[in-house]
Ligand binder design. Sequence first.
Ligand code: B12
Length: 424
Amino acid sequence: MKMLSVAFSIGVLLALASGTATNSCVAPQHLVSKMLQRLEESIKRDEPPNPSVLLAMNLVGATNSYNHKWLLQKIQEEAVRRAQQGVTSGEVALDVLALLSSCQNPQHVQALGHTINLLSILQQKMDEEMASLELDGVPKTTLFSVSLDTLSLCLVRMGGYQEASVVLAKQVLNPESHLSVDTRAVAVLALRCTYGRTELGDLQDLLREAMSTVTNDLLDEQEKGDGVIGNIYSTGLALQALVATEKFYAPRKWDCAQAFSVVARHDYQLPMAIAQVLPALVGRSYLEAADLDCSSTSMSPSFPLSPKLGTTKVHQPTPITVRYSIINKLQGKHFSYSITVEVPQGSTLLKVLQAAEEKEPHEFSFQMEQTSWGLMVVSIHGLTANADDRTYWQFLSGGDALQEGVGTYKPWDGEHIQAVFSTY
Ligand code: B12
């Protein structure tokens, strides 16, 4: 059943890709199928619905499953629920992109007996981001989210996106900004949208310069990284940016085959990571979220979302020793504690944190929150990260920031992991 649905989705995908994709860069079909299947299997009825997953499925044309329908409905319900509780600008923007790509009107989101206007909420959130940028030089959340906001508002042609694009363009052009590849990539998608919607010569010049600078930097990074742009998890968004901006780095050519082969070699597991890279594999990007053809109404057979049958491992893996330190030299009463724990080989970093807490609960207590990328550590030793202060718990090994969170990173024997209270 499951294979049938995926096969059907791929059929739709290929039909769409051959009919509409303008970019010659399309990854091998088996890679796209594998990633799509993983993405569809990640949809769990007992977990919060992820708008980035729906957006990616729509962009590759995998829209005709009951799974898809279920996800859309849950995202609408969650949007209504969150509108009453409090939500960040980026969260609203991702909901808007997911709904637009499902051919739903974000101005009338109906669920749970209420109707909300997501666009007016987004507009208001964007105003708050811009006010903060003007006052403090930093947004209320992050420039990553402001880029998502700008892209969403631009796609629906709602006010505010041109001013925001000017800010984003200046930020990406400022070498002092030190923006991550992920942020620069989403900013480029937003700028590309605005570029296509403005007649103002000065604005076009600024946007062209910003897009050309960033995309050439991304291509340089790809050359330097043998196909990887930034790290393996930022590569997805970077590929989307390159898909959408060909004419801004022309006559330079993009070796998309090299980038795709890097993606093919990496065993992506996290739904978010797959959702960010998948659209680029079929020559698409978030820029096309509002241009999709939703006329097809037929449904593929549903496949039951049964839990995977667990394979119980019987052998006991050998233990490894990991040193773990927690350091706060930033706020309140400074502290620094270290501990050495034993965990089975192949354990995630989370196991190390749990073992440390079990051994010395007074020092190594910690708390986590579920997010779209999995479990994020929000508090250690009673010290809690705070978006208003822009503080967070950063994880490092040998002085380098880890590229994965505690739920997936697997420490090696003898490794020293540090959790350092930091600002972003
Ligand atoms: C902004 C950002 C942050 C900010 C979030 C601050 C904030 N209040 O907004 C800060 C600086 C705190 C952060 C921290 C980390 N991040 Co970060 N982050 C991002 C970024 C650039 C954008 C996320 C975002 O805002 N999305 C839009 C909003 C609307 O969606 P959202 O679902 O609500 O976003 C939330 C989650 O993304 C969550 N989050 C952010 N980063 C991470 C990382 C992990 C592992 C988890 C579980 C959650 C999480 O915070 C967001 C706000 O609440 C992404 C890039 C990307 N490609 O997605 C990287 C990214 C998600 N982060 C990453 C990493 C590795 C980390 C750290 C582990 C780095 C480190 N060495 O310490 C830490 C988390 C450590 C911990 N305490 O558990 C990786 C994750 C890769 C992976 N395989 O898991 C990414 C993909 C960057 C990359 N290319 O390497 N991050």
